[in-house]
Design a protein around this ligand. Structure first.
Ligand code: ZN
Length: 248
């Protein structure tokens, strides 16, 4: 779970359903003291590179059911990062694997590729002070950028993850997509997944680590919260990406 800690090290606060926040911080503190996690977090710099990536992603239209161009771009970037087994599945999900060293539990880290904005939307961004506005920038180009930069950070610090880490850009998260991309990813990776983190760009600085069974994700695991409640983290406060979209 080192990758989970990386964002906590640098950017996040923890949001839980119960009030015992201190107890939830302990594992984060543990990883904050891990030299490789700290080195990986350092590679994020001031966050400007993440924002640059997010804007590049945001400029590629990706309405739900029409994410192919963005999928191809993310796949290309995953290959450039040196991830293994990069491929696009039949629904358009992009997969890349960071091999584990001991065959321990696998970790799925996902960010949805699609946006609520229809084809033809003007994707121009604008800057207002420290804030950046653009359709779909926060939801979820920032999440996708975080996914890619997390893979980069782990590589830069040569983090020795025990189990495989699967980075997934998933399609069909919004509206009528009905989570079809994540359903396909879970079906594909199956019991190789030991834990999951979903990256969202709309709530900078937050990790939600617990949640109720939600909607169509219901039949997941014994806690009933495999993906939707496992974690929805966002990225850099310094990014200040402020979507004009609704929160998904
Ligand atoms: Zn979203």
């Amino acid at each position: 779970m080192q990758s989970f800690a990386l964002f906590a090290v640098k950017y996040t606060r923890i949001v839980g359903r119960d009030r015992d926040m201190e107890s939830h911080m302990k594992p984060i503190d543990h990883w904050m003291n891990d030299p490789s996690a700290r080195a990986a977090a350092a590679s994020f710099g001031d966050g400007s590179a993440i924002v640059e990536t997010a804007i590049a992603i945001q400029q590629i239209p990706a309405p739900t059911f029409d994410e192919a161009r963005r999928s191809a771009e993310v796949a290309e970037r995953m290959r450039a990062l040196g991830l293994a087994d990069v491929r696009i599945d039949t629904v358009g999900n992009v997969y890349g694997r960071r091999p584990g060293h001991t065959g321990g539990p696998r970790l799925l880290i996902a960010a949805h590729l699609d946006t609520v904005f229809p084809a033809g939307t003007d994707l121009a961004i604008r800057y207002e002070g420290a804030r950046i506005y653009g359709p779909g920038l926060g939801d979820n180009s920032m999440g996708v950028a975080a996914l890619l930069h997390l893979a980069y950070a782990l590589g830069q610090a040569d983090v020795a993850n025990a189990g495989d880490i699967w980075f997934v850009g998933n399609v069909g998260e919004e509206g009528l997509g009905d989570l079809r991309g994540m359903r396909a990813a879970v079906d594909t990776l199956g019991d190789r997944i030991g834990a999951a983190i979903a990256l969202e760009g709309c709530e900078p600085g937050r990790i939600i680590h617990a949640g109720r069974r939600c909607g169509s994700w219901g039949s997941t695991n014994s806690s009933g919260s495999m993906m939707c409640g496992a974690a929805r983290s966002s990225t850099s406060r310094s990014a200040s990406a402020s979507p004009t979209s609704r929160k998904s």
